[in-house]
Design a binder for this molecule. Structure first.
Ligand SMILES: Cc1cc2nc3c(=O)[nH]c(=O)nc-3n(C[C@H](O)[C@H](O)[C@H](O)COP(=O)(O)OP(=O)(O)OC[C@H]3O[C@@H](n4cnc5c(N)ncnc54)[C@H](O)[C@@H]3O)c2cc1C
Length: 307
């Protein structure tokens, strides 16, 4: 487990301090370039724990942006039945995950108005392709024994789940820090997360509810366990971004457009922490694209003898 990036007296990275997970032994590996890709939260923890005289608040963090601007998308979780699909044939859906249905963001289209910034897309899970079998909606059905089984089978193709994912704006106070008083088994400080949503996200969530209610109503659906206004817990979207953001201005960003640290040119950070904002989309393909661009640039710089 990598614990810290080590620096030399020129302020460049010289390698990584890590702990052997089997023996617990502390080791160092020396490197010409360090590429960090431990995912948003863990990369941030690693960078903030990489303190030295030159970098007292974490490597490359003279701007104090590392750890700040955490953007985790907001989400609601809506489910129910589409009676129009009762008694339709049960398909063999084993192996198919429901999240393959995606409704892209639409609120920016002409004729749409909104009282908040940015937007949301929607994922449909367990909808028409329920990989979990008939279980999700079955618990609330009346009956017992054979009659309950018949009812479950009749309704199985009719279950839907709608999950709008919305962009959360980057706020400086939404922040990952490291907590010196709480450490892991190697003595390395753990991450602490402070996160809350603002008015923009609350207004967007209202619109999510309005839209889902309209959609389900138009489709003749029935909502199950629906609680308007109830957002999923922070962290549920599992799409974290923003805590080591890229930008042209070294005072307001930690990385340049090639994921290279402004202050430490032989450190690159290639995960969601590099995003300046979250968008409402699934992040992984963008993480991959940016990593690809960063490593092409890194190879060029190495060939040019700049690193
Ligand atoms: C259940 C689930 C479903 C998801 N579904 C989607 C989806 O449908 N679409 C989508 O785009 N995204 C999805 N995501 C998000 C997606 O998984 C992440 O965006 C993606 O994995 C990020 O890639 P990464 O390389 O930055 O980090 P990761 O894939 O998390 O890889 C980081 C690696 O670093 C290692 N690591 C961490 N800390 C250290 C350390 N200190 N030392 C050494 N190694 C370390 C970890 O063990 C891990 O192997 C989902 C996430 C989850 C959890």
């Amino acid at each position: 487990m990598a614990a810290r990036i080590l620096t030399d007296d020129r302020g460049l990275a010289r390698g990584v301090q890590y702990f052997d997970r089997k023996t617990g032994a502390e080791r160092e590996v020396l490197a010409r370039v360090v590429v960090v890709g431990a995912s948003c939260v863990d990369s941030t923890r690693l960078l903030l724990n990489s303190k030295s005289e030159r970098f007292p608040s974490g490597i490359g963090n003279g701007s104090d942006v590392i750890g700040r601007y955490l953007c985790e998308q907001i989400r609601i979780n809506v489910k129910g039945w589409l009676p129009v699909l009762y008694d339709t044939p049960t398909r063999n859906d084993r192996g198919i995950g429901g999240e393959h249905i995606y409704l892209p963001r639409f609120n920016h289209r002409p004729g749409r108005t909104r009282d908040y910034l940015r937007g949301f897309g929607m994922q449909f899970w367990n909808t028409g392709s329920n990989a979990d079998g008939p279980a999700p909606g079955a618990h609330g059905l009346p009956g017992f024994g054979a009659s309950l089984k018949r009812e479950i089978k009749r309704r199985h193709p009719a279950w839907f789940e709608v999950h709008p994912f919305g962009e959360a704006l980057p706020y400086a106070h939404n922040r990952i820090t490291v907590d010196e008083s709480r450490t892991d088994r190697y003595g390395v400080p753990l991450a602490r997360i402070d996160y809350s949503i603002g008015d923009n996200e609350r207004k967007m969530a209202e619109h999510m509810n309005d839209f889902v209610e309209e959609l389900v109503h138009e489709a003749g659906g029935e909502l199950v366990d629906y609680r308007r206004g109830e957002l999923d817990k922070p962290g549920s979207a599992i799409h974290e971004h923003g805590t080591c953001r890229m930008g042209d201005d070294p005072k307001r960003s930690a990385l340049n457009r090639f994921n290279q640290m402004h202050e430490v040119k032989n450190v690159f950070v290639v995960d969601g922490s590099a995003f300046p904002n979250a968008s409402e989309k699934n992040p992984t393909l963008t993480i991959l694209a940016l990593s690809w661009r960063a490593t092409d640039y890194l190879a060029d710089r190495l060939r040019a003898g700049d690193l």
